[in-house]
Design a protein around this ligand. Sequence first.
Ligand SMILES: [Fe+2]
Length: 368
Amino acid sequence: MLEKLPDFIKENGGSKTLIVTDEGVLQAGHAERTLSILEKANCEALVFGGAEENPTNNCVSKCRDFALEAGVDLLIGLGGGSSMDTAKGCNFLLTNGGEMKDYHGYGKATHPMLPFIAVPTTSGTGSECQSYALISDDETHAKMACGDVKALAQVALLDPELTASQPKLVASLTGLDALAHALETAVCLPRNPISNIHSLEAFRLLASSIHSVTNGTASLEDRSNMLLGAAFAGLAIENSMLGAAHACANPLTAFFDVTHGHAVSLMLPHVIRFNRLDPEIDEIYRSYESFIPLVGLRKLDLADWLDTLKDTAGLKSLSEMGIGAADVKRLAGGALHQWTGRFNPCPVGLSDFEAIYSNAISDVVRCV
Ligand SMILES: [Fe+2]
């Protein structure tokens, strides 16, 4: 599939391409292979390998300087969410000037942007299908969601062989995050017929293969299901929103450096148990449960199934990471200020967040 990249570049009028990527992707050899494919097709291209995890305005500005000096007319984001977001951010600055904070929000770019092709090497963020770049402020490290319809990729090239280089833990964490995207968009307040189609298809694909990913036996078909499922989940986010599991996850990352996918995976089962007390939401979850494969001979509900996945992936619990009852108030206070929480189907107040964190810390199965 990666071999089709030159056709997509030509279709989008690219004569000099910048591949934006990161150190890990460089080491895995994906950038070299991409360059070789482009060279054979007489497509001029160069590589910016300085994308960083949680890219900042400074990182994006370096990429912009590189692109400006090279005089490129098409951008490729090759890697995980950080590489794709750096490429999208670079596109804002290169074509519209200023700093990333000028684009915080939606639709603030007034000039046309360069064509952009997203080539994910992980199955998780769904950034390849989203018009937002998540860029951190240089000083505060607060994440700014900078969106514009012009920042959407013209092409999302999904080649499952590119995801084979992910270590098992990374594949598990990104896959569990994609699963959370499918399940949070499925019930969030702005859900709608378009997002519902993508949430359900994402879940069906991800549910069929996530167990193989977490136990390290994923086939190419499993990787294909995960990659397409993550992209559909990205489209579901693009057309709706997330919910309380992401609101709970962000303070765990900010205060305790817990990886995003890990934090979401620990919190999601408890948010599901909280949400399904609402009969309408319970009915949606039940419709999703029909796609959960049998575990042994048992049919599990969503939250219990998610618990088995995080156990199979070998994820540490909150208490194993030294997070305890004394941290609940600070975490709940942080979660209350996360804007994704506002879109949770059931209102989540401070005491609700405290209860959800307390249950996650003591791993209580029933929330309320
Ligand atoms: Fe996420």
